[in-house]
Design a protein around this ligand. Structure first.
Ligand SMILES: NC(=O)c1ccc[n+]([C@@H]2O[C@H](COP(=O)([O-])OP(=O)(O)OC[C@H]3O[C@@H](n4cnc5c(N)ncnc54)[C@H](OP(=O)(O)O)[C@@H]3O)[C@@H](O)[C@H]2O)c1
Length: 226
């Protein structure tokens, strides 16, 4: 499948490498390819972009618009504050009719740790995306787990924990449910309902960042029992 991943952070890189390994035709999008390749930043955690690129140099990079234009399915893995600007650079024509998996969180670290959430309570980033791009079939998912758990849920608690889906398009959610199971091995995919239900998983980040502090790493997740 042709997949366009918007985002060159740990999420975009991790999902990009995994999908490419599975045989998908991946392109990763960034604001400016030349600027990205000239940055040579040390890794905050995990590996640096240069180290990732040394192993994955065959995965093509493009502008956000080129990555989305290339794709049958688009994944948004951009910084929360950059999400709408990134999608504006993509343009509605490159999103119309496509499933858009949104993994972003509105974390605001401007006052240090813990971050606050810049979109909360009566709105969510996923809703903002769906309102701005009504032709996109937005599905919120995976934002409540670390990049490594996204692609390898079995690495935590034997995979006995949950990931959530939110979106207005039942067909898009069914497709994403299948991808999560087939691509990454998720067993428990919980459909919360329409796109407004993304507020819950986005606000779960207030808890997630505290758990990160408690455990010192992102190798955990939540399980819903009834
Ligand atoms: N890290 C995790 O484990 C994790 C887990 C769950 C959810 N998330 C969410 O997933 C998203 C990606 O996280 P991440 O840690 O991989 O990377 P990140 O550092 O949050 O985001 C990196 C990407 O955002 C783009 N970006 C930054 N500012 C921008 C702006 N003003 N306009 C347009 N684009 C901008 C960057 O573009 P360039 O390529 O041009 O630099 C880069 O591609 C975030 O929303 C995060 O909250 C992360």
């Amino acid at each position: 499948m042709k997949v366009g991943i918007l985002g060159t952070g740990i999420v975009g890189r991790t999902i990009g490498a995994k999908l490419e390994e599975l045989g998908h035709d991946v392109m990763i999008g960034t604001r400016d390819v030349e600027a990205l390749l000239s940055r040579h930043e040390a890794a905050q955690y995990g590996e640096s972009f240069d180290d990732w690129r040394a192993r994955n140099g065959h995965i093509p990079l493009g502008s956000f618009a080129e990555a989305a234009a290339h794709a049958e399915l688009v994944i948004n893995a951009t910084n929360g504050a950059g999400t709408l600007p990134a999608l504006e650079a993509v343009g509605a024509a490159n999103l119309d009719g496509k499933v858009l998996i949104d993994i972003s969180n509105s974390l605001d670290f401007s006052q240090g740790f813990p971050p606050s959430l810049s979109v909360v309570n009566t709105d969510s980033l996923a809703e903002q995306i769906q309102r701005a791009f009504p032709g996109a079939r937005v599905v919120k998912t995976l934002n409540t787990v670390s990049a490594y758990v996204m692609i390898d849920p079995g690495s935590v608690g034997g995979g006995d924990h949950h990931v959530f889906l939110s979106g207005n398009d039942a067909g898009a959610k069914a497709e994403v449910d299948g991808h999560l199971r087939e691509w990454f091995g998720w067993r428990n995919v919980l459909d919360l309902g329409d796109i407004t239900t993304a507020r819950g998983p986005e606000m779960l980040l207030a808890l997630w960042v505290r758990l990160l502090d408690v455990f010192g790493n992102g190798n955990f997740n939540v399980k819903v029992v009834t």
